[in-house]
Design a protein around this ligand. Sequence first.
Ligand code: S3P
Length: 163
Amino acid sequence: MKTIALVGFMGSGKTTTGKALAKKLGVQFLDTDQMIEAHTNMSIPQLFNHYGEGYFRELESDIILNYDFNDVIVATGGGIVKREANCEGLKKRFDTVFLQTEFNTILKRLESDASRPLWQQSNKEREELFNTRQQLYLDVSSMIVKTDELTTDEIVQDILSQL
Ligand code: S3P
């Protein structure tokens, strides 16, 4: 089995699900955003502010394409599919699970979120970004879980049943 990577839009539950899945399987959990924060000693908003999104994307690509993941569950950032090379890497290196969540569910979950730079825009722009990414998530994934009506435990069970 390849390493499992979780993809999906901001607020789709990749980190929460990844942690629960890793616990269930008795393996380590890694989150590309947290790896970047640890590596740079900066928060994602600080990184975007000081160095711009491009620098963040370079670090993100480097991790998803080159890091030696072994016996781990990996949660990715919602924009991981922005770069074609990352999409190829996800297909080649991982069993990728798409946590598919309705835009309205995400709107409710992230209502007052200030930790995601690309969420700090109008609802119309947020939805446009959401729409541009859906097909990309589908393209890189070998498993899909519709998360809206499910608890974290149920999402984990669904993933395990598809492995
Ligand atoms: C981003 C999603 C974030 C984080 C960064 C950019 C995006 O991760 O990587 O703020 O482009 O959608 P989450 O999906 O974990 O919020």
